[in-house]
Structure formats: structure tokens, C-alpha cells
Design a binder for this molecule. Structure first.
Ligand code: PLP
Length: 457
């Protein structure tokens, strides 16, 4: 009864992110009620393993009392302090310092945001300002990768390269350019890692030359492309792309909103590649989704150039909730938990997850298995030789999501039949095994879907 009235209120009033509004009205909301560890429970009492950590964000898992305590203590003591007027709060200063200590290279300056989209958006502003400070404001062209996702802000959504974020929004802007993704499973150059790296390097060089290096400001990249379908570049890819940037005096922005905070193993995925970008954007795992927060990491060179360029003037970029003390207090506690066992467990669980997903490779629907650590995907096809995607008629994003849900598993089911995994780092062996078993069950049921069967016939 209560849940029925909530569904009606939701339908009438709550606008959902990235949804077909009409489709959602028809479907109705599923209300999440509680969660503990890696298990979530909905309003009906249905329990599931959250194989997607909310929206690839609850890296620490649910129900950590110490995080709740840290937030409550900070709220009692000082629920808000602005960073304007040279004011600040202890947790924000401490968190910035702890992050700088752990960041790759000289990414020593942290600007806090509310999430990932405004972190990306902030980098665009900082980069523009940086080149103005250097006296080269004509360096105002930005490059990113097809299948990339860099958030949903007015400007950042143009760096994103997923069609629904552009259509109807007048995006991308003409200064936002794209090069092809490394997408190993469907790369025209084949699957050889060196050929993929060479192809991407050539594409970036060609794009920079086409625009003119004197015009190119920055190249944006996710160390692993998340929302584009968990696309993992070959080892050495990021380093090779960084070299192209350095050769042409183009800034590298590593968007670690998904990959940050243990998702691929280390605290930051850039460390895997020994790459120190000029900027790094993070959010999600920074606070493990308990409260909103993002962070832009800036190199010494960028920070000092901007600072010197502005001189005594204020740099006009700020948010009321930048460096929010409650979010920062949560961030500090989450960081403590990562370093007291969670990262280690994530590495162990990630190896088990990858092995488990690879054990599904012989299933008739599984065309590709990919991932690193606790970030993974399987790509379903109806013909493994031809790599034929599941037919749109089989409505993969809805039907497969629903089957997994009914089997007690939350996954990300992309529209093209890619299934995404990003479980909390706290998962036990038996939870990882259950993710695999429930996936297998879901695949077997999908094989019985008449629309899938007819595509396979
Ligand atoms: C790589 C990347 N950048 C930016 C964002 C945007 O973050 P938010 O949804 O917190 O605004 C996301 C969100 O998924 C992301 O995956």
C-alpha cells in the first residue's frame, strides 16, 4: 500500500536521470529500502547482490557505521563552512592533503566539486584559464574518445561521446573533437594490442595535426571507458597517448570518476600505467556514494600558471558546496577504510570476479569478457564468429536487467547487450561466486528469449 502510493508520487513528481520519461511512467519506480555490505533490499523485501555498487560508486559497500559516525560528528560540530573569503574547514583541508599525498606525481592541488560532471566542467574552465595565463588563449580545442563519458553538464556533455547526451541538446560544440575508441573487441585493426595502440596514437596525432597543435588545449580520457561499455585499453595504451600529448604540448585529463578509489585495484588507475596526467577528475568512490563529492586534481605546473596568471585577481570559479565539510569528513573515513583492508580485498575479489566471468566465455551468448579488478563486462552476441550484437527487439537493457534482478543480482545492462559489473570492494568470495552463478542463470534465460532465439536461428 505504502509502496503503491510512493510509486504514484514518483510518477507524478520525480524526474529521473537518463530515463525515457514516458517509459519510466509506464514502468513505475522500484524503491530501494536498505542495504548492508554488498546486499541491497527493495521495498518489497527482495534482496540482491549489488553487482554495480549503485552507479559504480559504493566502492566501500553499504552500512559502514564508522562513515555514518564521521558524517554525524561533523554535522554536529560544523555542518557547513564556505571556502570563499579564504575560509575553510579542517576535514576539507585534511582530505585535500591526504589525496595529494596519494595522487600520482605532482597532482598536488585539489578543487572539490559535488560530483563528476562538475569536476569535468571545472577542468574545462581551468584549462581555458591556464592558456589565457600563458598568453595562448587560441589553444581552445578539446579532444576526447568516441564511446567516452565525461558527465552531463552543459559543456562537459559535449566531451561525452554517447549520442543520447547530444541529440536535442545542441551538442557537441564545434571545439569538441573525437577520435575512435580503442574498443578492442570491435576495433577495425583487430585485437592485437600493439596494433590498437598504434591505431589510437595515429588517430590522435592526425586529429591534432588536422586542428593544428597550436589550437589544441587538452585530451580527455577515461583509463577504462565505463559508460561506453567497460572498454579496456591494452597495457601501454595510456602511456602512448600521453606521449602524443606531451609531444604536441596538449594537456592530458584522466577522468577517473569511475576508475578511482580501488575500482581497478590501486587507488588510481593511472598508477597502473605509471602515467601522471595534468589533471585528474574523481568522484563516486571518493565518498563511496554516502554523500556527494568530486575532486579535480591539478598538477603543480597548471596550478602555479593559473595562480601567477591571475595575480591579485580572484579566479572566478567556485561552488557554494565546494569542499563541503561533511562530505570531506566522509571522504577521510572512506579513505581510511580503503587502506585498512578494502583495497586489498578488492584486488582479491577482482581476480575472482574476472576468473568467474572468464568461466562464462563458453556460454553461447558470450562474445567477449573484459575488465580489470572490480570493473568488468561481458558482451553478448548472437553469433560469435560475426560478433552480431543482440537484436534491439530483445530489449537487452530492460529484459536482461529484469532477469538478473529477479535472480537476486543488480547489474548494468547496456542497450547493446553489454553487461557491466562494478561490485563493492568488500565482496566476499561467496558473493562473487553468487554474482557469476546468477549471471549464468540470467544468460540461460536470455537464450530462451524468443527474440534472441529468432536472431540465432
Ligand atoms: C568517467 C565519468 N566522468 C564523469 C561522470 C559524471 O559524474 P556524475 O554523474 O557524478 O556527475 C561519470 C559518471 O558516471 C563518469 O563515469
Amino acid at each position: 500500500m505504502l509502496s503503491n502510493s510512493l510509486i504514484e508520487l514518483d510518477r507524478a513528481h520525480l524526474v529521473h536521470p537518463v530515463a525515457s520519461y514516458r517509459g519510466h511512467e509506464k514502468l513505475g519506480v522500484r524503491v530501494m529500502k536498505s542495504a548492508k555490505g554488498a546486499t541491497v533490499t527493495d521495498m518489497t523485501g527482495h534482496q540482491m547482490i549489488d553487482g554495480f555498487a549503485g552507479l559504480w560508486c559504493v566502492n566501500a559497500g553499504y552500512g559502514h557505521e564508522s562513515i555514518v559516525e564521521a558524517a554525524a560528528k561533523q554535522m554536529r560540530e560544523l555542518p557547513y563552512a564556505t571556502g570563499y573569503f579564504s575560509l575553510g574547514s579542517e576535514p576539507a583541508i585534511r582530505l585535500a592533503s591526504e589525496l595529494a599525498d596519494r595522487s600520482p606525481g605532482d597532482l598536488n592541488h585539489i578543487y572539490f566539486t559535488l560530483g563528476g560532471s562538475d569536476a569535468v566542467d571545472s577542468t574545462i574552465r581551468f584549462i581555458r584559464y591556464y592558456y589565457h595565463s600563458l598568453g595562448t588563449p587560441q589553444k581552445d580545442q578539446f579532444i576526447s574518445l568516441e564511446q567516452g563519458y565525461h558527465g552531463s553538464s552543459t559543456v562537459g556533455a559535449g566531451l561525452t561521446a554517447l549520442p543520447i547526451f547530444h541529440a536535442g541538446f545542441g551538442l557537441p560544440f564545434d571545439w569538441q573533437h573525437k577520435i575512435p575508441s580503442h574498443y578492442a573487441y570491435r576495433n577495425p585493426v583487430g585485437t592485437d594490442p600493439q596494433a590498437i595502440i598504434d591505431g589510437s596514437v595515429a588517430a590522435l596525432r592526425a586529429k591534432i595535426e588536422e586542428i593544428g597543435a597550436e589550437r589544441v588545449a587538452a585530451f580527455y580520457v577515461e583509463p577504462i571507458q565505463g559508460s561506453g561499455g567497460v572498454l579496456v585499453p591494452p597495457d601501454g595504451w595510456l602511456k602512448a597517448m600521453h606521449k602524443v600529448c606531451k609531444d604536441h604540448d596538449v594537456l592530458l585529463v584522466a577522468d577517473e570518476v569511475i576508475t578511482g578509489f580501488g575500482r581497478t585495484g590501486p587507488l588510481f588507475a593511472c598508477s597502473d600505467e605509471d602515467v601522471v596526467p595534468d589533471f585528474m577528475t574523481t568522484a563516486k568512490g571518493l565518498t563511496s556514494g554516502y554523500v556527494p563529492m568530486g575532486a579535480v586534481f591539478m598538477s603543480d605546473r597548471v596550478y602555479h600558471t593559473i595562480a601567477d596568471g591571475a595575480g591579485a585577481s580572484a579566479i572566478g570559479h567556485g561552488y557554494t558546496y565546494s569542499a563541503h565539510p561533511v562530505s570531506a569528513a566522509v571522504g577521510l573515513e572512506v579513505l581510511r577504510l580503503y587502506e585498512n583492508g578494502l583495497l586489498e580485498n578488492g584486488v582479491k575479489a577482482g581476480a575472482r570476479l574476472m576468473a568467474g566471468l572468464h568461466s562464462l566465455a563458453d556460454h553461447p551468448l558470450v562474445g567477449d569478457v573484459r575488465g580489470r579488478g572490480m570493473l568488468a563486462a561481458i558482451e553478448l552476441v548472437t553469433d560469435k564468429q560475426k560478433k552480431t550484437p543482440l537484436p534491439a527487439a530483445a530489449d537487452p537493457s530492460r529484459r536482461i536487467f529484469d532477469r538478473a534482478w529477479d535472480n537476486g543480482l543488480v547489474i548494468r545492462a547496456f542497450g547493446n547487450g553489454v553487461l557491466g559489473y562494478a561490485p563493492p570492494l568488500c565482496c566476499t568470495d561467496s558473493e562473487i561466486d553468487a554474482i557469476i552463478e546468477r549471471t549464468r542463470m540470467t544468460l540461460d534465460q536470455t537464450l530462451e528469449d524468443p527474440d534472441v532465439r529468432s536472431a540465432m536461428a
